[in-house]
Each structure stands twice: as C-alpha cells, then as structure tokens.
Design a protein around this ligand. Structure first.
Ligand code: URA
Length: 235
C-alpha cells in the first residue's frame, strides 16, 4: 500500500499530514528516509518510523468513547446534529468508523467505534446476547416485584416479550444498574414505561466485558487495549 495511506491507517496523521512529513524528511522505511508519499510499503514486513515514532500497523481501529448527551450515534445526521464521528480528530474521521450499536441522543456513556464490520455485526447479532450494562435513574424507585418481572421477561406495550433482564436497585434513591442481553429501540425506556415508571437518565457503563474508563470525560475517547480486543474477538 501507499506510504501515506499506511501512516493514515495507523491513526497518527491524515494522508495530507503524512505527505507533508515525508517531504520534511520525517519518515523512514526500514531505516531509509522516505522520498515520496506514493512509495509502496508492505504492512506485514516493513518498519515505518513517523516523526521519530515507530508505527504499528492496525488493520482495524477500535475506539471507546464516552458519548455526551445530545450527540447522535450515527456516522452522519440528516438534521445536521453532531455525531459521535464528529467528536474524533480529522485523521480518524476518514477511516470509515461507525458506532457498534446505538444509544439514544440523551443516553450517555460507553459507545464503541470501529471499522471492523464483521466483528461488530457478530457482537450486535440478536443471537449472541452480549451484555449491555447501564446505570439508570428513574422517576420512582423500582419495587422487588418489578425486578422479578424484569427477570422473567417484561412484555412491552407493543406485545414484545423482552429477554430476562437483571436490575440491581441502589440501596436508596431511584437509581440502579440494569443489564440487558439484547438491544431493541428505546428498550430500557420502554421497559420502565411498561412498569408505569420513567427513565430520567441513562448511562451505558459496559458493553460485553469492556467497561467504560472512569477517566474519560464526556466526549473523550481512547483506543481499546489488546486485552479488550481479544475479549471481544472471543465472542
Ligand atoms: N435503552 C434505551 O431506552 N435507550 C438507550 O439509549 C439504550 C437502551
């Protein structure tokens, strides 16, 4: 592949920035200064050093983001609202990333972004029942009887029978943790609606075994670690 594309795929620069660095003699391939952006490199065998940093070629990108309220989980929004992709630096916006699953506009927390379609579809498949864990607040405290109803599978207003969901209410107040093994449209809001209750805030804290990093502020992101990726790939 072209050297500028290789550098861009590694997520350290856009293709334009990579070409500029090559012109400034800031890039070497196998220890020799690179002279042009269109020189060919082999991503499996060549060693590329970009501005002093040896690059590791990543075929696929996996990112964890702490989605803020009011941002859409989509690659583009017809009404011009900000999307999770808009929160990434320009170099990553060009890598064909998309959200692995959806959160409502007013839901915050963990969203994974990737360009690895096959694994994303596997994780989202309704047959896989991957855990999705949320911290919720509701208008009133949930009762033990309602927790048991959710455990058995709530029936929503449209007759859909939910898979068993686990709810652990906080010892006091109107909040708690809910774990789903499916991801239907507005599912938690509709589940609480079916119990004559109302969700007042929702934050996803875990997807599969991957937990939202507490150090990520609203709108911040980081790459998944090798360990997190291995867990996802084991599904
Ligand atoms: N359930 C909801 O109702 N909304 C979300 O964003 C996720 C799960």
């Amino acid at each position: 592949m072209r050297l500028d594309k290789y550098i861009a795929d590694c997520g350290v620069a856009s293709r334009r920035e990579a070409a500029a660095a090559i012109r400034r003699k800031g890039v070497s391939v196998n220890g020799v200064l690179a002279s042009s952006a269109d020189m060919k490199v082999n991503e499996e065998t060549d060693t590329v050093v970009y501005c002093g940093e040896p690059l590791v070629y990543m075929k696929y990108v996996w990112i964890m983001m702490n989605k803020p309220q009011g941002v859409i989980s989509a690659t583009e929004d017809a009404k011009g609202q900000k999307t999770v992709i808009d929160l990434l630096p320009e170099r990553l916006q060009k890598q064909g990333l998309f959200p692995c699953g959806r959160l409502d506009g007013d839901t915050t927390g963990l969203i994974l972004l990737t360009n690895e379609g096959e694994l994303a579809h596997r994780l989202l498949s309704p047959k896989r029942h991957v855990d999705k864990v949320y911290r919720y607040s509701s208008a009133r405290r949930i009762t033990e009887e309602e927790i048991n109803r959710a455990k058995e599978g709530l029936v929503l207003g449209d007759g859909y029978e939910c898979l068993p969901a686990e709810i652990v209410a906080d010892p006091e107040g109107c909040g708690g943790i809910i774990t789903l093994r499916e991801g239907k449209y507005h599912q938690i809001k509709r589940m609480f609606g079916a119990m004559d209750n109302r969700i007042t805030s929702l934050c996803r804290v875990r997807f599969a075994e991957v937990e939202l990093s507490p150090e990520l502020g609203a709108g911040e992101w980081r790459y998944l670690t090798e360990e997190e990726l291995n867990v996802l790939r084991s599904h």
